[in-house]
Design a protein around this ligand. Sequence first.
Ligand SMILES: [Zn+2]
Ligand SMILES: [Zn+2]
Length: 776
Amino acid sequence: METYDPLKDEERIRKFWEKEKIYAFDLNSKKKIYSVDTPPPTVSGKMHIGHAFSYSQQDFIARFKRMNGYNVFYPFGTDDNGLPTERLVEKLKNVKSKEMSRVDFIQLCLKTLKEITPDFVEDWRKIGSSCDFDICYSTIDENSRRISQSSFLELYKKKQVYRKEFPSIWCPECQTSIAQAELEDKEMPSLFSTLKFNSEGKELLIATTRPELLGACVAVFVNPEDKRYKSLVGKKAKVPLFDFEVPIIADKSAEPDKGTGVLMVCSYGDKYDVDSIARHKLEPRVILDRNGSLIIENFKGMKVREARKKILEELEKRGLILEQKQIKHMVNVHDRCGAEIEFIPTEQWFTKVLDKKKKLLEIGNKIKWHPEHMKKRYDNWVKGLDWDWNISRDRHFGIPIPVWYCNDCGDVILPSEKELPIDPLEIKKKCPKCKKDAVPEEKVLDTWATSSLSPQITSSLIKGKVKIPYSLRPQAHDIIRTWAFYTIVKSELHEGKFPWNDISISGFVTLKGEKMSKSKGNVIVPQEVMEKFGADALRFWAAGSRLGDDMDYQENDLTAGKKLITKLINSSRFVFMNLEDFDGKKPKKLVETDKIFLNQLNNLILGATKDFDNYNYSAARLKIEEFFWKDFCDNYLEIVKKRVYQGSGDEKLSAQYVLYQSLLALLKMFAPIIPFVTEEIYQENFKNFEKVKSIHLSDWPKPDFKDDIKGWNLLLETLSKIRQEKTNAKKPMNSEIVLTLENKTSVALKNLLEDLKNVTNAREIMEGKFNVDFVD
Ligand SMILES: [Zn+2]
Ligand SMILES: [Zn+2]
């Protein structure tokens, strides 16, 4: 091997893997299957550092399982059928989707995706993901559309999906209804104004942050226990500025000590309003349209904030404000665009989840969560569900909801399975009863409604050879309430099973403890990191944090990775320089030092294997690394140097054999984490002996023998003491000495003294008080 340069050589190695299909799933194999429900990244410009981090972590596991004899099913996919893709295409092509016909826009999206997806996926290949990229899907491709629509039809027939006119969570910016899971809390400043309503000729004070909804007021609530207002219950209150009257209702939800103790109920300020209006069967007064503008007299066309300002001015002018104060409070915003959401009554499709909370919690218990504490997030999410899952979106790009409606009899008309995938806007259907043209549904499905079928979609790509439950779902913690939750829902509804045995949750990448964001300008670009350090070093860094923990990006870690790679190359070169006459055979008898070193290696193998089995690759990395630097390079190589240089017969062969075996075992244990350099060393040196095509297809190292032989640590301690003496005396490490060992040490190391003599260049070893005498 010439000088190994990750920046040049990684690509060559990757091409070798691709050409030889090293990571192909074997459809005909009889081996046990380990199946990964790979997260399909949302297609955007480039892979980001969070991707590099979490996909490396799942790849460690996939590679470990492959080397442990599993036929690993590790497909790849991209998520590209929803709002993010729609927004991306609008940006890239400078168009507005709603100004185009759906057919034209979808065509543009598919064309754009074709242009950008290969480049996007290339980054995953570059970081050394061992996915089988030949088993690849996109959530907008024909097969995914068919499976997603078929899921919809099945759940509709099972009465698990229904359509309802309902004040749903609405994003005025994206102009679509969204699901509870897409909400984010954001702290915002607001003005809390106490307004003068009127009842029975007297002022009735109500404090609110949303005066623009005065025109939508449908009732006023007071607590039945609140003596101040008891006499008003059943009477009317006059809404300031608008002068219409609303009933005063006693309702326990009004808190006497909040504001003035009187609440205005509007259609719709928040979920509380939605529930209250339904509970008292009040007639809503809807004053917002779908883009968040008011539709009432004098304020028509004004957006919420503008109307709020204007209405406060009018109230002020008429002396209808008692007092105002600045507060900070939490508001719900759309996670994709940050806009404050509204509740607007529209007809939407829902999947039933509220009636299954108990069942969904039980399923959560059947899945093994790594790390365990992440299950709490799932549990809390299920317990806190307020709505059924809204699965319809008023957008252009997405998988069409496959239904038509009859305007005459109101029937819902469905396509047959054979017709899928189908776009109702493209196909005319008649009502079978009335024989009249049916109206196509224009809405599309929530993108999660499709990505939550990832096990069913990937399974379909290999004719169902892999079935639910999959072995592992790896994902990030911010999508527990969406992707993990929805996949569990769909798996339960369709298969009556939990979707995977294990779920592993990775954390975020931070910079100096802060979340990275483009607006803050503190973004690390993985492509640049790889150009500077190579993919192995990036993966080495990703292995530095425990699963689920957030990880700070520090260049030190990358440098450490690069150093390890160089050391692996150099020490391998040294080992093989001394193995030129080695034939791979085990000698009849091993030298004692070699035996106790192998014994140490066995302990390492046991520990690292256990760590990997528990998805604890960071602990494994630490152990392997420490052993490699300290036990292998600093000590064992030095100890056996003289035997391989000058020794002969079994003495030499024993050292050669153990050098070969231990280096190979170390490389194999490093292989899941730094797959490129380990492959390089394997191909150059080991392949001739081992015959297996790639290190990544070879067997995980197994402990060689059972007896636990002590002595290694005492040997290293003694060696270190002697080296210290040489340093103190400012002598070179190879200076010749006469060594005196305590009787206890000398007895314990009795079979190792010859090697100790060699490595310390001791002319003689005597017994007595520990002492190092220099010969000259
Ligand atoms: Zn939005
Ligand atoms: Zn009809």
